[in-house]
Design a protein around this ligand. Structure first.
Ligand SMILES: [Zn+2]
Length: 311
């Protein structure tokens, strides 16, 4: 792989992201929603559960932004002078006889401000054993780190699991320590841990594949090489976006700015711009994993950029 194929967040960024949990300045409003946000879409009943939030440094959120412009943007995100919280919104979808979770949060594998999914499922009266499918947008630790409980059991012991075929191919490379930049090694080890825990019940999917009737995999590659989103039929559509646009503020208003955790930076930009262009034109409802809780709304065109309008 060529050097410029991947943006390599430095080791420092990961340490900064991990260290933030010891000095959390604030709890973003809504990130621990006691009353989960519920809505219906076509044949689907959706509950957005919070996994808490993660703190990201400015170098990851705003790598393209001049240092003197960063504090004002971080403040709008509810952050400090050098970091900001990204909420973690996990949709639980009731579809006929299936109960489907899209991603499963951080568990105890990333930052202590996240990993609240299990307790929020309990608050919502949902037994994780009743979840029939867990579908991944990608397998970064804040999306798949909740797979295995601290005691080694699976959070969702009766579920079938689904991951993008390209995502599986990328992260399970046995030679990752030679083919990937060092900054991705922790992510690769985490992905291999979480995917191997469910390998007996794992289906690799490709864009176009249906998870259940009316829920289709769509390609949104770039944040990771196998990142996918999920489109639900009904009305003008609903897309569960994952991290194709990691912020409903920064990357809606600046769709040409890079996000520091995008593995394939230029492909990620093209995917994000195509996504925003399409959902704005078609008035598709969108749900974003790290958007301000519950992260459900619309993209409205505003000049050459977009504005997020909450549902
Ligand atoms: Zn994420």
């Amino acid at each position: 792989m060529s050097r410029n194929q991947f943006r390599s967040p430095s080791r420092r960024h990961f340490i900064a992201a991990g260290a933030a949990l010891t000095t959390l300045p604030l709890v973003p409003k809504g990130a621990y929603a006691a009353e989960p946000y519920r809505f219906s879409h076509g044949a689907f009943e959706i509950t957005v559960l919070s996994d808490g939030f993660i703190m990201l440094p400015a170098s990851i959120i705003l790598p393209d932004t001049a240092p003197d412009e960063r504090p004002a943007i971080l403040k709008r995100l509810g952050g400090t002078a050098d970091s900001a919280p990204f909420h973690v919104n996990i949709p639980l979808i009731r579809a006929a006889n299936d109960l489907i979770l899209v991603d499963n949060g951080s568990g105890d594998k990333f930052q202590a401000s996240a990993g609240k999914l299990a307790s929020n499922l309990a608050l919502a009266g949902v037994d994780p054993a009743s979840i029939t499918k867990v579908v991944f947008t990608h397998v970064h630790p804040d999306h798949a780190g909740g797979t295995i409980l601290p005691d080694g059991r699976l959070l969702c012991p009766n579920a079938q699991y689904f991951v993008g075929d390209a995502e599986w191919q990328f992260w399970t490379d046995p030679n990752y320590d030679k083919t990937m930049p060092a900054a991705l090694h922790d992510f690769a080890r985490g992905a291999q841990r979480d995917l191997s825990a469910v390998k007996e019940r794992l289906t690799r999917v490709k864009p176009g594949h249906e998870i259940v009737s009316g829920m289709r995999v769509i390609e949104t590659r770039g944040h990771t090489p196998g990142h996918v989103s999920y489109e639900l039929a009904g009305g003008d559509g609903l897309i569960i976006a994952g991290d194709v646009s990691a912020s409903n503020i920064v990357f809606f208003e600046h769709p040409d700015w890079h996000f520091g955790f995008d593995t394939e930076p230029e492909i990620a930009l093209r995917s994000r711009q195509a996504f925003l262009d399409r959902v704005a034109a078609e008035k598709t409802k969108v749900l974003g994993y790290h958007w301000v809780y519950p992260g459900v709304g619309y993209a409205e065109r505003k000049g050459t950029a977009y504005r997020f309008v909450a549902a």
